[in-house]
Design a protein around this ligand. Sequence first.
Ligand code: NAD
Length: 489
Amino acid sequence: MAIETQQHYYGGTWHPSAAEQFTDVVNPATQELLTQVPDASADEAEDVIQSARAAFPEWRRVPVGTRIQYLFKLKNLLEEHFERISEIVTLENGKTRNESRGELRRAIENVEVACGAPMLMQGYNLEDISPGIDETMIRQPLGVVAAITPFNFPAMIPFWFLPYAIACGNTFILKPSERVPLTAQYIFELIHQLDLPPGVLNLLHGGKAAVNALLSSPDVRAVSFVGSTPVARYIYAQAASYGKRVQCQGGAKNHVLILPDADMEMSARIVSDSAFGCAGQRCLAVSVAVTVGEARAGFAAKIRDAAASIKVGNGLDDSVQMGPVISRESRVRVEDLIHKGVREGAKLIAESPSAKDLGAGNFVVPTILDGVAPDSALSSTEIFGPVLSTVHVDSVEEGVKLIAASSYGNAASIFTNSGRAARQFKYEVPTGNVGVNVGVAAPLAYFPFSGWKDSFFGTLHGQGWDGVAFYTEEKVVIERWPTSWSRKF
Ligand code: NAD
């Protein structure tokens, strides 16, 4: 059967790619070939950029109250097609249908928040900064802006950027991950129904060549990136060297601190969901559980039971709780890291029933490695698979010190019944997102999606106020209207 190849969307219409290279997109649960995605050349990327550039002068003049009407329509279309989009996410990413629904819900929430642009975009002013002189700060759009997004949240992450960008009067280019292009393709089919002016929203497929074209184009004013730390670092440096505004979310290695006074049953259930949900491929997934003092024994037993009870399989089966990792290479990489951890002295304390019977998919079973040495590769490497390491310390101070030693700073959580310990943790832990008795501290759309250290390069984050500030330029106007110049009417 002929496989449809993905097309770019720009100038308000679909364009087949003239690319010489196409990448296979495969269902990670079955290895079924789903589609092929073009590796756009710099010339193709330039066509997309010029479409966005041409649309900007008129779009910025459309009143913000009119601009958000398109977003209200988009919200309704996303709701109407909610189940179909969730299914596509599961097909190409492998996560369970419920996990797909969850990320789409957060995507829609971002559209809703961006509908507040008439309030969010407002500046401020002050009369009589000097007698008869007033000063005003106005927010104006930047121009063409682009977002480069990863494979693990194909529906949600583009919406950390897209709705805010266009609500603020910019024109926007999405370069989705070449591993999950179908979700973006389907969403752009819905966007096509909005009757937006051509060029306001554009879709560019590809990899490094397409990204480099966006980074070097003088017509692209700002770049948002979400993905691994090495690429985040590269994009941050490149975009900055071309004088662009840039925000780059990178990788993660998230810790959870378990105190002896925590409810072990509940904590283990929540930590298990955080570590193994989405097959550990969440940037907020817990990767290291640090038990304090006597918490060790109680937590170990409960987390082993929780991990062993997870049903692994094809995410389209509603009884399944964990799907595959994204690719064969990913599976091999994760399994190699597990073996390396064991060679370095960690003890395998839980592995749910073998994934051998699950067919051809890229399945890795939920795995717990106990006693990982703090200086081992496993302890500092982002595994991005369903693997939880457990480490033991004697005090909260020692736990916070261990977390602070990580080069990443995306998220950390504490499980405790002590307000004092929780406060100390919130105050001292150097991560951008913090959970207290919460396993996945994922900020809602009206808060910035934070991240520190090697997990974020930039100043303004995605979502909420930060999104609006990122996509607008502040202009300050100082006015004097001398009465002596006034004509008398
Ligand atoms: P990735 O870095 O491989 O790819 C992300 C995007 O960058 C894709 O669109 C890809 O086409 C592009 N890209 C890849 N290599 C490139 C290169 N050399 N030059 C230019 N562009 C390139 O990331 P991924 O594997 O798709 O996603 C997983 C990673 O994303 C994990 O490290 C995860 O922690 C991170 N992530 C972080 C957050 C966060 O908020 N901090 C959120 C989600 C995912």
